[in-house]
Design a protein around this ligand. Structure first.
Ligand SMILES: O=C(O)CCC(=O)C(=O)O
Length: 264
């Protein structure tokens, strides 16, 4: 059972359709978010040691894939009734989950170029379509002005990139820093223009990203490797959500995602 009524879920769906994003305040327990933060810290360290040279998100900024294992393989998160209600209201009852990762700016990070996370489906058409790819984001720390808030320009997801950038340039649209608290959850259409900002604090500012898509959308750059022993414990609904991901015998069976091109 979710926290929100069907009509409230419908309200969040409309927010995303109109603004490109919505926030469910205080949705996940802070203790849970704290457990994720503690489990994430060594993964970030290891990632920086092994992959840190790539710097493909900009200086001091890292994209780290999360293993589909405790505490991250948490049905209370990826199968949350309210989040799924909004996701399904936007990209269909048969939506799929294809990405579980994090974006983390550290001290020394910079402003990213304003970007979308996906190109238009039909660039030659000159118009945008209904939503097809969503990011469900939640920070693992409280986000402040200092530690690199995610900035987004409201209602730019149905514009061409050029028109959205023009409106930001002219002041008709504004990049808003989202000062989310640990536990808040954002659901966004990835076409909304946004950017990462510099983290000027000592602590990392990890933001989790779960990627949900229309059934027919193939994103070769991402996947969730589901260990067989975890798969066997999942609900029917979870297996359906994860149906396009590989089920692997061992969690470290290689083949980790390599998500390099991310800005459109
Ligand atoms: O989490 C952030 O600060 C934004 C990161 C981002 O938009 C990206 O790397 O594509």
């Amino acid at each position: 059972m979710g926290r929100y009524s069907q009509s409230e879920v419908g309200g969040f769906v409309r927010r995303v359709l109109e603004d490109g994003f919505c926030v469910l305040p205080g949705h996940f327990a802070r203790e849970k978010v704290g457990a994720w933060r503690a489990a994430f810290a060594p993964l970030l360290e290891r990632h920086i040691e092994r992959e840190g040279h790539r710097l493909n998100r900009g200086p001091g900024r890292y994209y780290v894939t999360l293993p589909f294992a405790a505490p991250f393989a948490d049905p209370e998160v990826f199968e949350d009734d309210d989040v799924l209600g909004v996701v399904r209201g936007l990209v269909g009852e048969d939506a799929s989950l294809v990405q579980l990762a994090t974006d983390t700016p550290l001290l020394g990070s910079e402003y990213q170029d304003v970007h979308r996370d996906a190109p238009p489906l039909f660039p030659e058409w000159g118009r945008e379509t209904p939503p097809f790819q969503l990011a469900v984001n939640f920070p693992l720390v409280d986000v402040t002005e200092e530690n690199g808030p995610f900035e987004v320009a409201r209602a730019t997801h149905m514009l061409s990139r050029e028109e959205g950038l023009r409106r930001i340039e002219s002041g008709e649209a504004r990049l808003e820093p989202l000062l989310m608290s640990a536990g808040d959850v954002m659901i966004r259409d990835v076409r909304g223009l946004h950017r990462g900002t510099p983290n000027r604090a000592r602590e990392p500012r990890p933001m989790v990203v779960l990627g949900y898509s229309r059934r027919w959308l193939f994103r070769p750059e991402v996947s969730i490797r589901v260990p067989r022993e975890t798969y066997d414990t999942l609900s029917e609904r979870a297996r359906f959500l994860l149906r396009f991901n590989p089920v692997v015998e061992r969690p470290d069976d290689g083949g980790e995602e390599v998500y390099q091109s991310f800005a459109y």
